[in-house]
Design a protein around this ligand. Structure first.
Ligand SMILES: *Cc1c(COP(=O)(O)O)cnc(C)c1O
Length: 675
């Protein structure tokens, strides 16, 4: 079913969108790039990729959002946050209002942000790609923090009909299950390249239709609901099976299917059902898989009998053949499925590659390591970008070719650059402190942030683990400011426990508020990901090695010259030699994975404080010497950070995908020029 005019599929084109979509313009962006991209996707001779991911952090709230914000539901924006701090002159919680653009709330954390950054870099590099995801009507969840109770999750309120640039299609696809049918509506959101000459359609699947039973319509309500196995299996079926049918219904000619995590593995099951051995072998050549975690609980497993009560025979046949590990004959394991069928598999950092080859010995030959990155134009703050622009002659075209950022090393002795970098950082930090002005945050006090998912192996409470040590550290420096943020999965009791513990400890620190300001911010999202990682002095990353496969928030920080205080894990292993801050803590022996339940809090907390004190001394010296002084090691390290940021860009990562795992016949269009 070919569609010459992709716009004709939009529901309400001439009526609802008469002000937004014209021959020349799509919500204010050039129509030409969009049409050319659609043309390439339906052209057999242009090699194209379909990228499947359960979640996408596209982040139009911080980068290239469609200008028509008037349509947005005011509640989409989470304009208000609650802050819990040890400076409670008014109340436990004080609301914080920020001026935010609406966020597309279809992600939970790092995995989704990586997917969004991958699509954005692919767009910038001119890759012909269709991205497949799910329209989560209630998002992941909205986080409330209640003192002495912890995290309370609520549905995110947003209205897809009023999200700028998100358009519903008339196209429907259906999936017949054993006892019912799932009807899916398709939506499109175009992810434009930075220069707006190319676009990638993000196709979102939506079960919220009157044709569906109430239970089926709830499949696309909330991302990663895991309280019901039926939901858990079928959310993955919607993405994989529904996604493949959507590609077909839209007439896209795809050469390569990239599964971002095992969640998407049903895409293979759908295509392989009813095929011969020979055909399946050929098909497998087109499937590629990125594994994102060495943590066993992070992999999807379901009971085989339960799956057989829901899914039709031909799908079950494929699962029985490819998704079963010898030692667990009654479980469907989507990681095993993806690992065994996909022709190429990648880990997300070099270290994770080593770990994966130990964890999946039978597949070690096909495991490659392609280190994650971030979309640097999204995450670099304006003051830093402006400075790099000013030194463009010496640095080179870092926006298109971020590896040029290596050249900032050559500016290490340039007094003007050193001053400019310090000033850019201070501008960011001052803006952040102004946001937290009610909490008396000051731009001349050392500020540390820890913000990410509340998962056990990430050790969220490391900084507050020993309050006496923390107070000593703060007193030694005069003053210290700390910002914490992050969500725990609604079914993760351990994560909830951490949040509670942190709120209690912040409460205990009330009488020390003159030395130490600590605050915990609710609803961590991409807006705060950029605001915090780009503006604090020290970005803290303290996972238990080797369980952080990559981690990406630190990459956002180095793109802004923000120093790292980190354990040696994930991407940091590859950057540590470049002297980007301080590395501390436990290191497992070569070839050892160890126990993720043994968190080594006492010993690593001790090492953390030693490292933080040293950084405090550098910082004090930096303030007294000024940025120009060659003795100012802080500014040296800021420069090392920036110089590394180009490598840790999704531009480099996507180029490695192109040559290493997609292996398309020839790379299309601009991608070839840039490769
Ligand atoms: C970047 C980002 C993450 C990922 O952080 P990690 O360092 O990989 O844990 C999670 N959530 C948000 C909102 C982000 O912006």
């Amino acid at each position: 079913m070919k569609n010459k005019d992709p716009l004709s599929l939009i529901e309400g084109l001439g009526k609802r969108y008469k002000d937004d979509i014209s021959e020349k313009s799509f919500f204010g962006y050039p129509m030409a790039g969009l049409l050319a991209a659609e043309q390439k996707l339906s052209d057999k001779d242009t090699p194209s990729v379909a990228y499947f991911s359960m979640e996408y952090g596209i982040a139009p709230n911080i980068y290239l959002g469609f200008p028509d914000a008037k349509l947005a539901h005011p509640k989409t924006a989470h304009l208000q946050h609650d802050l819990f701090s040890n400076l409670r002159d008014i109340d436990y919680y004080v609301p914080l209002k920020v001026d935010k653009r609406p966020d597309l709330p279809i992600y939970s954390g790092g995995l989704g942000v990586l997917a969004g950054d991958t699509v954005k870099s692919s767009a910038d590099l001119g890759v012909s790609m269709a991205a497949i995801g799910v329209l989560w009507h209630q998002g992941y969840f909205k986080q409330s923090l209640w003192f002495q109770y912890g995290q309370v999750p609520e549905p995110v309120e947003w209205n897809p009909d009023h999200f700028p640039g998100l358009v519903p299609l008339k196209t429907r696809v259906t999936i017949d299950l054993l006892n019912e049918t799932v009807h899916l509506k398709l939506w499109k959101y175009y992810v434009y390249s930075r220069d707006k000459t190319h676009a990638i359609p993000l196709i979102l699947l939506d079960a919220n239709l009157p044709e569906n039973t109430h239970k089926v319509s709830q499949l696309t309500a909330q991302l990663y609901r895991s309280d019901d196995v039926w939901l858990k299996i079928l959310q993955r079926v919607v993405l994989g099976v529904g996604g493949m049918r959507a590609l077909q219904a839209l007439g896209y000619e795809v050469d390569c299917y990239h599964l971002n995590e095992g969640h998407a593995a049903f895409a293979f099951v759908e295509t392989a059902q009813g095929k011969s051995e020979e055909e399946i072998k050929k098909l497998a050549q087109q499937f590629k898989y990125t594994c994102h975690t060495p943590v066993v609980a992070g992999h999807d497993r379901f009971d085989m009998d339960l799956a057989a009560q829901i899914l039709p025979g031909p799908l079950m046949d494929i699962l029985r053949r490819f998704a079963v590990e010898a030692h667990q004959p009654h479980a469907v394991n989507l990681t095993h499925l993806a690992m065994s069928v996909c022709s190429r598999v990648n880990a997300v950092s070099q270290k994770h590659g080593d770990v994966m080859r130990i964890q999946y010995t039978p597949f070690r030959e096909k495991i490659q390591a392609i280190t994650n990155g971030v979309h640097h134009p999204t995450w670099m703050t304006e003051p830093v970008a402006k400075l790099l622009e000013e030194f463009g002659k010496q640095i080179g075209p870092w926006r298109d070719d971020p590896l040029c950022l290596k050249n900032v090393e050559k500016l290490k002795d340039n007094a003007r650059f050193r001053e400019g970098l310090w000033a850019a950082h201070q501008e960011n930090k001052t803006a952040l402190c102004r946001v937290f002005g009610k909490w008396k945050f000051r731009e001349d006090v050392l500020t540390v942030a820890w913000a990410r998912r509340f998962a056990g192996y990430k050790r969220p409470n490391m900084l507050l683990h020993d309050l006496n040590r923390l107070l000593e550290t703060a007193k030694g420096m005069g003053q210290l400011q700390i910002i914490l943020a992050g969500k725990a999965h609604p079914n993760d009791r351990v994560g909830y426990g951490y949040i509670n513990e942190i709120l209690n400890r912040i409460d205990e620190l009330e009488k020390h508020k003159d030395t130490l300001r600590v605050l915990m911010l609710d609803n961590y999202d991409t807006y705060w990901g950029k605001a915090l990682a780009g503006s604090v002095d020290i970005w803290l990353n303290n996972p238990l090695p080797p369980f952080e496969a990559s981690g990406t928030s630190g990459m956002k920080a180095i793109a802004n010259g923000v120093l790292q205080l980190s354990t040696l894990d994930g991407w940091v292993v590859e950057a540590a030699k470049a002297d980007i801050g301080m590395i501390f803590g436990y290191k497992p022996a070569e070839g050892e994975i160890g126990d993720e339940g043994h968190l080594r809090m006492d010993e690593d907390c001790e090492r953390l404080h030693e490292a933080l004190r040293t950084m405090g001394q550098w910082y004090a010296k930096a303030k007294s010497l000024g940025p120009k002084d060659p003795q100012n090691v802080w500014v040296d390290k800021m420069i090392h950070c920036l110089a590394q940021a180009g490598y840790f860009s999704t531009h480099r990562m996507v180029r490695e995908y192109q040559s290493g795992i997609w292996a398309l016949k020839s790379t299309a269009g601009k991608a070839k020029v840039n490769a």
